[in-house]
Design a protein around this ligand. Structure first.
Ligand code: NAP
Length: 339
């Protein structure tokens, strides 16, 4: 076995942010690399994911994921190469997806790794279009949102990882109209020209409610909510009877320091018989085989397109995370450690 590195770098939470995270809230530290114990593997991470939900884990608040602790590295999805193994079924050179991102090296029980095939897709795709954000779009649309062909579908955060996939899946499966919102004119052009949305608008250019009414003149049947706030209110206003909202995320409020008021027009839900349902991708792992099969097919045929925004080097990991919250990404934000 070639000599293993003695140490590697890992990101730690150093203080709990109040509002927007600051560079002083995190620290990049050198930590020892340990040889794998029995039944365990040592992985050199090649890419890790930075995601909006990680902002919630920086708070010391009870949630569906445990808060980050100060005495161990932050974690999240990563893909890497096995460089030492004392586990059956995983050998040096294999590629695996696992949950110990935000670091260069990870040593952990082999059963927490999922082997992936680097010849089928670029490895970073297993963190995005073929990974959790892709499954979120798939499960949100088809299982939680009860998508039906002919639905008019509105997607917010539509140029991001989940949103760009949700909108395209709706198009591929026969939506009557797909409408997207995003935070720049360049992103809006991408939605229409590359992803095939029927209409799109820049939410910074005017009130969302008015822009949505124009973009969806016959109303909305299904809203895939990544943003919350004014977007959710606008969808409620544009909903047809029996409209459904998939409450996937509310990124507009992740850095708020005060409680956020709910939609002011929620009373419309009664007369319109609306359904607003929250979702967590972790509840939908059973869909993974059909998700991988269908999405791989659409990628191969070119019907489904995706973008990644790549930050090079672990030292840029925190800035990449801030970039997701600020909209500096188009598609999945990936931190690459290839160099
Ligand atoms: P993403 O969309 O790739 O990146 C986040 C995007 O949010 C940014 O690019 C930015 O794009 C937009 N944004 C930031 N602040 C905003 C604001 N104030 N108003 C409107 N848009 C804003 O991230 P993602 O990983 O795909 O996640 C998208 C959403 O899904 C998030 O809410 C996330 O929490 C949620 N999510 C939920 C689950 C689940 O299981 N429920 C799983 C994965 C993700 P613009 O330039 O367009 O502003």
């Amino acid at each position: 076995m070639p000599a293993l590195p003695e140490s590697g770098r890992a990101w730690y939470l150093a203080a709990r942010p109040h509002g927007w995270p600051e560079p002083t809230d995190v620290a990049l530290r050198e930590v020892p690399v340990t040889e794998p114990g029995e039944g365990r593997i040592l992985v050199r991470n090649l890419h890790f994911s930075v995601d909006p939900y990680m902002r919630g884990r920086m708070n010391d608040a009870k949630s569906y994921m445990p808060p980050y602790q100060f005495d161990r590295p932050m974690d999240g999805a990563a893909v890497g190469e096995v460089i030492a193994s004392r586990a059956e079924g995983l050998a040096v050179g294999d590629h695996v997806v696992h949950g110990l991102g935000w670091r260069e090296y990870a040593e952990f029980p082999a059963e927490r790794a999922v082997k992936v095939d680097a010849s089928l897709a670029p490895l970073s795709a297993y963190l995005g279009v073929l990974g959790s954000t892709g499954l979120t779009a798939y499960a949100g649309l088809f299982e939680v949102g009860s998508f039906q062909p002919g639905d008019a579908v509105f997607v917010s955060g539509a140029a991001g990882a989940v949103g760009s996939q949700a909108g395209q899946l709706a198009r591929i499966k026969g939506a009557s109209r797909v409408i997207g919102s995003a935070g720049s004119d360049e992103k809006v052009a991408l939605l229409i020209e590359e992803y095939g949305f029927d209409a799109a608008f820049n939410y910074r250019n005017g009130p969302v409610r008015e822009q949505l009414k124009k973009a969806a003149p016959d109303g909305v049947d299904l809203y895939f909510d990544n943003v919350g706030g004014d977007h959710l209110e606008a969808a409620i206003s544009s909903f047809n009877r029996f409209g459904r909202a998939v409450l996937c995320g509310a990124i507009a409020q992740y850095n708020n320091t005060e409680p956020t008021p709910g939609p002011r027009n929620l009373a419309l839900a009664t007369g319109k018989r609306l359904r607003l349902q929250g979702m967590l991708v972790t509840d939908h792992q059973g869909l993974r085989p059909s998700f991988v099969e269908e999405v791989s097919g659409w990628l191969a045929s070119g019907e489904l397109k995706y973008h990644e925004t790549v930050a090079e080097g672990i030292e840029n990991g925190f800035d990449a995370f801030l970039g997701v919250l600020r909209g500096r990404n188009t598609g999945k934000m990936i931190v690459t450690l290839n160099s």
